[in-house]
Structure formats: C-alpha cells, structure tokens
Write a protein that binds this ligand. Structure first.
Ligand code: NIG
Length: 385
C-alpha cells in the first residue's frame, strides 16, 4: 500500500466523534482513511498533498437516482413551468425512449451521467430500473446498472404500463420480472402514489422483495398524503423517499424508526411541490438524507451541491445538517455507514471517498450556490478529478 497525507486542511468534516476539525490533516492508505487529526501531529507518508487551507469533506452519497433512461422530457418540464401539474403519467414517455435505445446507447448514457456526478463530488451512487416496465428492458437496465458496481434497485413498480391491468402487472413485477433482475439488484422499490400503485399493490411488491432477500425502499408521499411512509416503516424499509406530504403521525413514525426520510430538493423545485417538512423531521429525531433523484422527468441533475444549497436556502437546514444528510445520511439510507468498508464519513477505517472544495468552509456551498466548488475528488483512495 502507499499512504498519502493531506496537509493544511482548513476545515475537515469527519461526520464522526471528532466533528469538524480546523488546521487538520488526513492520511489514506490504499482505499481507506487510516488517520485523522491536527496538522501539527500528521504522520509521515509516502506522498503528501497540500490542500492549501481549503475545506475537505466526504464524497457525496447519492442514495436516489434513476440513471437508466434514454431521451429527455424538456417539453413536459416547460409545460410545468407554464402551469401544468406533474403527474406520474410522464414516466411512460421515458419508457418508450428507453425501450427503443440499444444496450450500448444506454450504457454510454449511464456512464456519462456517472462521470459527471463523480467530478462533482459524488463517490457513491444508488440507481434504479423503472423505465423498462417489461421483463427484457428491466433486466437490461438492472444488468447495465450493475456494471457500474454500486447499489442497484429494482423499480419495476414505477407505473402500470399501457395495456396492463394493475393487478396483472403487479403479478409480473413480483414474478418473472423480479426473477430476471434478481442477480443484479440489492433493493426493491415501489412508487406508492395516486396514479401509480395503491397500498395493497405496494405491499405485495415490497413483500415479494423481502421474500427474495432484497432490502426495501419506497417512493412515498410525493404528490399527496398517503400510506407510503406508514408502509415503509411497518415493513422496515431502509428509506422512504420524497416525503413532501407528511402528517404529524408520519413524522413521529419516522422518528421512532430506522427508516431514513430521503428528501429530493431538486425534484421539488422542478415539480413545484411544497418542500417536505425537513426541519420538523430533524427536530423530531428522524434521520434525513438528501439525494439528487436524477431522472428525465422531475429532476434532471446529479448535482448534490445544488441539493445541499437548496436544502439550506429553502428547507431551513443548516449547512452542516445538509452536508451530513448528503453524505452520512445517504450512507445510512443505503445501510453502508457501518460494516467492512463504511462510507459517508472521514474516520479511520472508512473508505477514502473525499472531496476538496475550492473554499475554506462548507458554508460556501450555500453562500455561493451554483458555483463549481468541488475542486478534486478521491474515490476509494483513487483520484478521479
Ligand atoms: O422520483 N416519483 C417517481 N419517480 C420519479 C419520477 C419519474 C419521472 O417522472 O420520470 C421521481 O420523481
């Protein structure tokens, strides 16, 4: 192994017991962080990197994306900006385009989206199927997503495709489609919402996931109040995502559970939905993650910095809370915060996923929103950008 010491760190966000350190140093060896502390105490290493007083923080953990798609829906977006309401029906447009794309096209579209995410500081990313909605295209999306090696989620239950009875389609998703994607996925997801799947159908989808050994994630309470959060908590889902319409019981349920509330600020802007009650969730003790929700319909961005800035400027999180939610919060939502090679923090034993900002403090992420602040990125100890 070859150790590298990062010296002269103006502000180091560890997400651990050491909190935020100033005038700090960090050592990585191979793919792990092996030492963190005061710059004056930094041990010698094989090579040294002078950060020049800049801020260092964990790489973003983007725990909710839909990258396996072709085509765009900018016309639908423009109509929304002119006053149309978002409905789940637009998903079918992306399904048509995705089915029509070749495997090579889809692979290179995904690779480019991931490359862009990486250079902007994302070092771990979950992505979903859900624009195939037939056995062949869902299997292809899952297989291609797995080539990129991080968390892959099966979202066959995104909407009911044209020409299908909803219950027959649920039987397809929980039967042959699940069997086809199973080698490639770790998670089962369902869009539990008006215009998508009702409570009974969502329960059947999630139960099938559990029965085949998958972890659970839920799209819930995005377009109106509904059973998504309750179901997610009841079935022990790792995360329930969107959470725009929560009542006090939903907030209490989340606070008393290990289900993470994953909030998607870029999507809320693009759909003009009310922001979720982020402040109330955190104050009640719920674990909150922030994710990009990159998809062609409601959030065509992989920029986690944009999500952090929006969470601060519009959802009343402090910068520190937003950064935690976009790093460690995402790791908890994917159950990757502990174990053999945890992610989401910069502590000894954690995977060496880190970014250097061209700024002295993470405060600049919200103070200078939209600026390209990520200057350099290491993923598992390897420099990406
Ligand atoms: O997370 N809510 C469901 N799925 C996506 C939207 C997909 C689309 O409209 O294409 C989301 O926002």
């Amino acid at each position: 192994m070859s150790a590298t010491v990062f010296r002269n760190i103006g502000e180091l966000t560890t997400n651990g017991d050491l909190g935020v350190l100033h005038d700090a140093a960090l050592v990585l060896d191979g793919q792990r962080v092996v030492w963190v502390g005061a710059d004056v105490d930094a041990p010698a290493a094989d090579s040294s990197f002078d950060v020049g007083g800049r801020a260092v923080l964990p790489g973003w953990v983007d725990s909710h994306t839909h990258l396996a798609f072709a085509g765009d829906r900018s016309t639908e977006f423009a109509a929304r900006m002119a006053g149309e309401t978002y409905t789940a029906g637009g998903i079918k447009v992306s399904v048509e385009r995705t089915r029509a794309a070749s495997g090579d096209e889809l692979r290179s579209l995904m690779a480019e989206r991931i490359r862009t995410a990486n250079v902007n500081g994302t070092t771990w990313l979950e992505t979903k199927t859900g624009y195939g909605l037939d056995v062949e295209t869902e299997e292809r999306s899952a297989r291609l997503a797995a080539e990129f090696g991080q968390d892959v989620t099966f979202l066959g239950a995104h909407v009911v495709p044209d020409g299908w009875d909803a219950d027959d389609y649920v039987a397809l998703v929980t039967g042959p489609m699940l069997q086809a994607v199973r080698p490639y996925v770790a998670w089962m997801d369902v869009f539990c919402e008006r215009g998508a799947f009702d409570e009974a159908q969502s329960r059947a989808v999630l139960q099938a996931g559990l029965d085949s050994g998958l972890g659970l994630r839920v799209h819930g309470n995005q377009l109106g109040p509904g059973p998504g959060v309750r179901l997610a908590v009841e079935l022990g889902a790792a995360s329930v995502d969107h959470c725009n319409f929560l009542d006090n019981e939903d907030i209490d349920r989340l606070a008393a559970s290990s289900t993470v509330a994953t909030l998607l600020p870029a999507c809320d802007l693009s759909t003009r939905q009310p922001f979720p009650p982020a402040r109330s969730l955190i104050d009640a003790g719920a674990t909150v993650a922030l994710a990009s929700n990159c998809n062609p319909g409601t959030s065509y961005t992989t920029s986690m910095a944009f999500c952090v800035a929006t969470a601060v400027l519009q959802m009343h999180l402090s910068v520190e809370e937003a950064v935690w939610s976009a790093t460690m919060g995402g790791a908890v939502a994917l159950r990757r915060h502990e174990g053999e090679l945890p992610i989401g923090g910069l502590m000894p034993g954690f995977r060496a996923d880190l970014q250097v900002l061209d700024a002295p403090s993470v405060t600049h992420l919200a103070y200078r929103p939209g600026m390209q602040l990520t200057q350099a990125v290491w993923q598992a100890g390897v420099r990406l950008a």
